[in-house]
Design a protein around this ligand. Structure first.
Ligand SMILES: O=C(O)CCC(=O)C(=O)O
Ligand SMILES: [Fe+2]
Length: 215
């Protein structure tokens, strides 16, 4: 029997069934693309948490406009900030760590991005190229949380999987790319399509293979 050809590789995400019980919130597993694993999650953040993340970041985005962030980047035209540690952020990060099944010290920190109409994040990988220095402790998984409903556009698309997720406030998309088979990792190419109407706000957590920050 040639059963091995269809055997799936082990994943980091180990939740089964339709729910993830974290310490403070029950997350819904709504849809799964099996390999590479892409999971659509519901009830990740409350409305209040989404609003707080946006407000907390909006002020800091505006302040950073004149700084180094001014540099034009054609791949990612949105603006972003890493969140400062507050009580809310710490609580959310704990939840994220339970969803992603990785200690929070492996995370890059929570980054909030804002896209206005016409802005996008062109197709990219979240992991670094093997030739880059950052790849010595490379990224292995991502959680993108949607902080608002977008009127039009702004889907997260996986062009190689022919799969896309529409942003809905409080929901998230999870994916990982720590497979032994590099073709699976490379098929996690993804993009944030152009926002057509309204704003799009997301909070992203990237996890590393090893501990990344001190806490
Ligand atoms: O905005 C999106 O939908 C995708 C964001 C993303 O790819 C990232 O933050 O790495
Ligand atoms: Fe990404």
């Amino acid at each position: 029997m040639n059963g091995h050809a269809t055997e799936k590789e082990r994943t980091i995400f180990d939740h089964t069934g339709n729910r993830i019980k974290t310490e403070d919130r029950e997350i819904r597993i709504l849809a799964k693309y099996e390999e590479p694993l892409v999971v659509v999650l519901g009830n990740v953040l409350s409305n209040d948490e989404c609003d707080e993340l946006i407000e907390h970041s909006r002020e800091r985005l505006q302040r950073s406009k004149t700084g180094e962030d001014r540099t034009v980047n054609t791949i990612r035209t949105s603006s972003g900030v890493f969140c400062e540690q507050t009580e809310t952020i710490t609580r959310i990060e704990k939840r994220i760590s339970q969803i992603m099944n990785i200690p929070i010290e492996h995370g890059d920190g929570l980054q909030v991005l804002r896209y206005t109409p016409g802005q996008e994040y062109q197709p990219h990988y979240d992991f670094f190229a093997k030739t880059s220095r950052a790849s010595s402790n490379n990224r292995i998984s991502t959680l993108v949380m949607y902080l608002n409903d977008v009127e039009e556009g702004g889907e997260t698309v996986f062009p190689m999987l022919h799969f896309s997720v529409s942003p809905v406030k409080g929901m998230a998309v999870y994916f990982e790319y720590f497979y032994r088979n590099d073709e699976l990792n490379e098929s996690t190419l993804h993009a944030g399509t152009q926002v057509i109407k309204g704003e799009k706000w997301v909070a992203t957590m990237w996890m590393r293979r090893q501990r990344f920050r001190v806490s």
